[in-house]
Design a protein around this ligand. Structure first.
Ligand code: NAP
Length: 289
């Protein structure tokens, strides 16, 4: 099965690249900027028509949650229209598409993990643009999976875990929000689960949640990062829990966005590892450099 992954440099694509050799039945190819520029209509179609994959994993996205508030057109172009174009281009060559989406399509008013059919109500431009992408993908290609994940970290790119380790050497204390809760998900775990599930998909046209079990707060995650780092002689700082109100940001974020990944577990027999374990692996890699 030939799988084309967009967003070559994304955390997810780099994780898929690393995990690919464990799945020799899948032939992975990657494409990113400048060859694939999603602001250009027609670009995705030309590349997909040329490569003729069996499946496209769309890992490219506009992921700057706060900046999206001041660049809504760009966010909607990349996360909405371009996602639809990728899905349509896949359909045109008879390929299936996996669109990666986000917990930020929910408003966070729940207090139990969100199932796939829970009502969406994004609070910001990023979440709205990703929801638009889901809708466009569903409309463009019946052979799709929408896979929502959350709080992604990895040894690659930009993420909260890397930010904590970068800031720690210069600070004794870090003030971190403790009243937003979500499921931190290792892109490496996500990648491995997607590649394991792919040959097992029987019913396309479905939406799944795929995140680590058990939510925590950003402050909990920061503390776990520093515990793991300190154990191996890496940087650490004291975490001072603060409220969302004490850390205003341009984008409003859901207070609770835990995802219930039960459907993925039932259909594919795969559950992601606990974040407490995976974060140690990522911290060890980052500290080792
Ligand atoms: N990060 C999270 O916490 C999180 C949470 C939930 C869901 N997700 C979703 O998971 C998926 C993967 O996220 P990630 O964190 O791995 O992404 P990421 O590391 O932020 O990478 C995003 C990728 O999209 C590419 N991209 C941005 N604008 C583009 C454009 N105009 N044309 C072509 N490519 C463009 C970037 O290319 P360059 O490298 O050239 O800039 C980059 O490779 C995304 O769909 C995201 O929405 C992420």
């Amino acid at each position: 099965m030939r799988v084309l992954v967009t967003g070559l440099q994304s955390q997810l694509a780099r994780s898929l690249q690393e995990k690919g050799p464990r799945h020799p039945d899948l032939q992975l190819e990657f494409v990113g900027r400048p060859e694939l520029e999603l602001t250009q209509p027609g670009c995705a179609a030309a590349i997909i028509a040329g490569r003729r994959p069996d499946v496209v994993i769309n890992a490219a996205a506009y992921t700057m949650v706060d900046q999206a508030e001041s660049e809504p057109e760009l966010a909607f172009r990349i996360n909405g229209d371009a996602a639809g174009e990728v899905a349509a281009a896949a359909r045109d060559v008879g390929a299936k598409v996996i669109q990666i989406s986000t917990d930020y399509v929910f408003d966070g008013a729940a207090n139990t993990p969100y199932a796939e059919d829970a009502a969406t109500a994004p609070l910001g431009v990023y979440g709205r643009s990703k929801l638009a992408g889901e809708e466009q993908v569903r409309a463009a290609n019946p052979d799709h999976l929408i896979v929502r994940t959350s709080w992604v970290y990895s040894p690659f790119g930009h993420n909260f875990v890397k930010t904590m380790l970068r800031l720690a050497p210069d600070r004794d204390e870090l003030r971190i929000v403790s009243d937003q809760n979500g499921c931190p998900t290792s892109a490496l775990d996500l990648a491995d689960a997607l590649l394991t599930a792919l040959p097992r998909v029987r019913n396309w046209g479905a939406t799944y949640h795929l995140a680590a079990p058990e939510p925590c707060s950003w402050a909990d995650l920061a503390s776990a990062v520093f515990d793991a780092s300190q154990t191996i002689g890496g940087p650490s700082a004291q975490v001072i829990p603060i409220t969302t109100a004490e850390y205003p940001t341009p984008a409003k974020r859901p207070m609770y966005s835990a995802l219930d990944s039960g459907r993925f577990a039932r259909d594919f027999g795969i559950r992601l590892p606990r974040w407490e374990n995976s974060v140690v692996d990522v911290v060890e890699r980052l500290v080792a450099g």
